[in-house]
Design a binder for this molecule. Structure first.
Ligand SMILES: [Zn+2]
Length: 330
């Protein structure tokens, strides 16, 4: 191994042409016009290869030998510093850089769009029923901070529960035992399906229904959410996101602790369009099974739409495509 270049004297910018030679006895020989100096190989330090910059070789006496980067020198240096070469390769290949940034973006977006829903769905399916029930109870307890007790008579409540008990055996088997709860929230017409099979009907939505079949349509829509374990899936999803954010930012507080609070937030804000379409499809199919027609679903959507304005129920406001849903339910 023989390198041609220049040598700089210690603490000086004065340079002179020189040769740097490797000897078989692990010694390097520096040959200049004024003589020869010998250095033990383990005292000699090579700089990392970066682009087309020359390699600087620091010698123990303060001299620095500088030589152009050559394929031969690369081969010599490669075994001792593989990572430096990978980095160097990246630095000199902007295409590789752009490619790896693209790959990262694709992985993040793909993970969010495809892997996350899939993993959340599978995890939600696997969560044991007692956990789902406990979580449902917690969400209901948190919901009770915002809701008031129902003003419906106990007789009316019992009547609705009886109707549900009556048609449940004719529907696809639910993953949980269904439990209907009644609450009131300043007349808001809304209904929720909590994890673990509890359905909350607000007085506003019960009073909105003009016929028993319309009320059934609302309950059946919520049963669709129960059947597909939507809320549990969304909770798992938001937990995965918070864990991922915690891992990325190092902020670990509040990851697991407030799933019940997160549940209420989800109820209010995060009804995905896909979930609603699935719940509508379930309700439509169930209404056809029970009554031979899904008209009542369209009627309920229409009532919710008419109720619009400032008091627009969330059920409506989160569904900009009400016309499409009314259309489809016929
Ligand atoms: Zn819904």
């Amino acid at each position: 191994m023989q390198l041609s270049g220049h040598v700089f004297a210690p603490r000086s910018s004065e340079r002179s042409a020189a040769q740097f030679q490797y000897q078989s006895d692990s010694q390097w020989l520096l040959i200049t016009h004024s003589g020869m100096l010998s250095y033990s190989a383990d005292e000699v330090t090579f700089s990392d290869p970066v682009g087309d910059r020359p390699i600087r070789i620091s010698l123990p006496d303060g001299r620095v030998f500088v030589t152009p980067r050559t394929p031969e020198l690369d081969t010599w240096l490669a075994p001792t510093r593989p990572w430096a070469f990978v980095l160097d390769w990246f630095e000199s290949n902007w295409l590789a850089w752009a490619g790896s940034i693209m790959l990262c973006a694709v992985m993040v977006i793909g993970g969010y769009q495809y892997a996350l829903p899939w993993v959340s769905h599978k995890t939600a399916q696997a969560i044991p029923t007692p956990w789902a029930l406990q979580l449902g109870d917690k969400v209901l307890a948190t919901l009770d901070h915002y809701c008031q007790p129902s003003n419906l008579s106990t007789q009316r409540q019992a009547e609705i529960r009886r109707r549900v008990d009556h048609f449940l055996p004719r529907l696809p088997t639910m993953p949980y035992k269904v439990n209907i709860e009644f609450r009131s929230d300043d007349g808001q017409a809304n209904a929720f399906a909590l994890p673990g099979g509890t359905i909350v009907l607000l007085d506003g939505v019960v009073n909105l229904a003009k016929t028993e079949q319309q009320l059934d349509a609302i309950v059946l829509h919520e049963l669709g959410h129960v059947y597909h374990r939507h809320m549990m899936t969304r909770l798992v999803e938001s937990s995965i996101i918070s864990v991922a954010v915690a891992l990325m930012t190092g902020e670990a507080s509040g990851v697991i602790d407030n799933m019940a609070g997160a549940g209420v937030f989800l109820l209010a804000n995060r009804r995905s369009r896909g979930d609603e379409q699935q719940a509508d499809a379930f309700a439509r199919q169930a209404l056809i099974t029970l009554y031979g027609s899904a008209n009542s679903l369209g009627e309920v959507f229409l009532l919710l739409k008419q109720q619009g304005g400032l008091e627009a129920p969330e059920w409506l406001s989160t569904h900009p495509n009400m016309e499409e849903r009314i259309e489809r339910s016929h």
